[in-house]
Design a binder for this molecule. Sequence first.
Ligand code: ADP
Ligand code: MG
Length: 567
Amino acid sequence: MRDISILSSILKRINRKGYKAYKDIEGIYTLGGGILLEVLHAQGDPFASPSKIRIKIPIEKTSFPRELFNSPVRKIAFQDYILRVFAKHISRLSKLRGTGKSGLYFVDAGKQKILLRSDCTIKNEHLEIRFTCGLPARGRSILADVAEDMLCREIPHAASQIRWDLFNKEEAAEFVNTAEDAEYIREQLPSKGIVSFIADGSILPRSSGVHDTPLKNAVVFKSPDTLKVSFKTLHHGEIVGMGIPEGVTLIVGGGFHGKSTLLSAIEQGIYLHIPKDGREWVVTLSSAVKVRSEDGRYIEGVDISPFINNLPNRADTHFFCTENASGSTSVAAAIMEALEMKAKVLLLDEDTTATNFLIRDARMQRLIEKEREPITPFIDRVRELYQNYRVSTVMVVGGAGDYLDVADTVIAMDAYIPKDYTKKAKEIAIQMPVDRVKEPVQPLSIPAPRIMLPESFTVRKSHKIRSKGLKEIIFGTEVIDVSFVEQIVDDSQLRAVAEIIRHLSKKKHFKGMAQELKDIEERIASEGFDWLTKHPVFGLAFVRSFEVASSLNRMRTLRVKTGEGRR
Ligand code: ADP
Ligand code: MG
């Protein structure tokens, strides 16, 4: 370890030299007060991925009160908060000062969600913050004085701002307390027989399709009396709102009345939200999975036979493989994959689910005899899933009234306000019976574990992994299209999935996919991300095993076998 003054002298020596000379500054420097600055990786040219820096600050120097990080959820929230504060300080100093990324800072801080992130951790009595910066150059010629400004002044200054006496104490406490109370509500959901909770006063709609911030002047959420539940929280008193019971729940209502908005808030309720997001008190069981149709997706070795049988091309639907799924086969696969991963709640929106998968009405049943219809519609499975496996369903249905027969709870959205229509729906179901016959079906069984084969993984050591928006994971020639995996919410989660894939690619033997991925999820929750690779990782965020599985299931090189030994 060398004093930061050594860094200054190295920079003076390499001034105006070729960019590669920046390699000389890699190493650890002391900033005084026990604070360390490490240049882990100096980029190869001004346009390359920016250089990797971390700072380590002894906790005692920060005077952070221990109670802000004395439980797993409080620690996740406080770390996330610190990274936002650091990002605020350093981004003020970020400005283009030369070629390519010269002079810019990049901090992977969160937006509306609170997540465990690789780039801010409290461990072994130290706070560690990771970020990247563009080392400055004109053309390829090193600008040492600018680099000195950045590394020896700006970064140490930003690091010095990470002290409790300079923090907004109320804001920090509220951030952490909100996360803790929301997580507490999540833990309480099963004991109340609820799969999702939406507090009164929540703001569900977002400002636009591309912005996750709350819509201004939105109608605030208010629960119908009959579905009201309340939670006594530690920091926010009693929180009252709508509980969606276990079982089969329909969200009905006219077009544009807020059905899909409610469902997507429920989907996102698996995450913690920041205060003032509007959804910080929308809390869903963490085993809830959104499923939908996705024409053209890849499917590998999934048993979709509970929903699809006797395809005209005689394809084996017990071990179904396709490069190009249809609307109905894709949603059938998504459901079976979710069940394989032990999902306990399925979320569906009629808008994004093939109609022929949802329902075959009485007239169609009469017109096309069962032997000629490969699809067993979801309506004939949805109760069974709950009765036999305790898998609940929450689905938006505006058009398919036959579902009234199979629902436990019916919530009608009326100008963005939910009403409990359960009683009314039951009455109508009795008054207006449909002569649809429940299709005679074999009992559904939860799919056998699929075991990934090593040849699935084409990623090589030299491959760079990139993510493109929230849409694609790219490595080598492989592109995984995850644009329809709607519960992936942050780029950093895609990078985490990519690192998990890289980790899996080194393995020779696999357990069942669910077990394999749950083990990884648990290890990340307890140890963070660094164990995935030999080097400290940057820019990763927590992602559930469900989304990792969804990504792997869309990877076109995936090959699996099942206990029955096919393939
Ligand atoms: P549906 O699925 O019932 O057709 P959506 O959920 O798509 O309706 O909502 C229709 C529109 O209304 C969207 O533009 C959405 O942003 C807006 N919206 C939803 N909820 C609210 C609300 N509580 N206040 C104001 N606007 C809302
Ligand atoms: Mg809709």
